[in-house]
Ligand binder design. Structure first.
Ligand code: HH2
Length: 277
């Protein structure tokens, strides 16, 4: 049975657990292993289907972390939580992915979409995410002729590459906020059915991201533009947009959403599940 075919009768909710000092929303809260495990258990109680453990922030401008440090952060947490829930490892490093699967992770969530060999060798499922650029430069004026088509075509190629490498379960993810403007993110949500049509489970992560700060602050015009110098509301004020966008993504056919706010999103998933055709 694949991760995605587990019949919970609704889209899956992946809870975010960043064991980092600098993640843009939960950074610093769970850097202590006991605190991270407690948070993972809290998300399980709230109904999380998967807990996504990360040891390196991908936010724009984030500092790079060594393999050793990333492993030190995530492994003790994965070892415990993997006994209690399916765990995914959010990493772009082959050695971290390999050790994480050995410690019990069942899904390699790779924002660089390049670890398909590790997933194939270890038997883990694999998320191929679209991004443009690196955390250092990805938000420097990203441009697309047709963002939905370009992201879809990229994901089709990466998914095929992963399948050919022998990965048994390949997920795709449009990479909301990774080298995209607010308008690009909204277009990707509107065109999500085109990604769903690729035939792979689609994962969407909008939770607390900057474009929702512009929605909260009212600085995004209906035409999708943001005025020069407009400031987004801070991540703490982006709950409503996070829930609304996750609900929208699930209604559009996303198989799973990656969120910080598990309890509320599970309720939304329970609503979408029965009404989605
Ligand atoms: N977004 C983030 C990290 N990993 N993985 C997938 N598949 N899709 C996403 O949209 C995605 C992701 C960024 O969010 P977060 O982990 O909360 O922050 P940070 O990267 O600062 O740790």
């Amino acid at each position: 049975m694949t991760l995605c075919s587990r019949s919970v009768g609704r889209p899956l909710v992946m809870g975010v657990l960043n064991v980092t000092p600098d993640s843009f929303f939960d950074g610093g809260r769970y850097i202590d292993h006991e605190a991270a495990i407690a948070r993972g258990r809290e998300m399980i109680r709230q109904g999380a289907d998967i807990v996504d453990v990360g040891g390196e922030s991908t936010r724009p401008g984030a500092a790079a972390v060594s393999d050793e440090e990333e492993l030190r952060r995530v492994l003790p947490v994965i070892e415990v939580l993997a006994e209690e829930v399916p765990v995914s490892i959010d990493t772009t490093k082959a050695s971290v992915a390999r050790h994480a699967v050995k410690a019990g992770a069942v899904l390699v969530n790779d924002v660089s979409a390049s670890l398909e060999r590790v997933a194939a060798e270890t038997g883990a499922a694999f998320v191929a995410m679209h991004r443009r650029g690196t955390p250092a430069d990805m938000q420097n004026d990203p441009r697309y002729d047709d963002v939905v088509k370009e992201v879809r075509d990229y994901l089709a190629v990466r998914a095929e590459r992963a399948t050919k490498a022998g990965v048994k379960e390949v997920w795709v993810d449009p990479g909301i906020g990774f080298g995209k403007t607010a308008w690009h993110n909204l277009q990707l949500l509107a065109g999500l059915d085109e990604l769903v049509a690729l035939g792979h489970p689609v994962l969407v992560g909008t939770s607390r991201k900057t474009f929702l700060g512009h929605i909260a602050a009212g600085t995004l015009t209906p035409a999708g533009a943001i005025g020069a110098g407009a400031k987004p509301a801070p991540p703490e004020d982006r709950f409503e947009g996070s829930l609304a966008s996750a609900t929208f993504a699930m209604a559009m056919g996303a198989a799973a959403v990656r969120v910080h706010d598990v309890a509320a999103t599970v309720q939304a998933a329970r609503l979408v599940g029965p009404v989605r055709t």
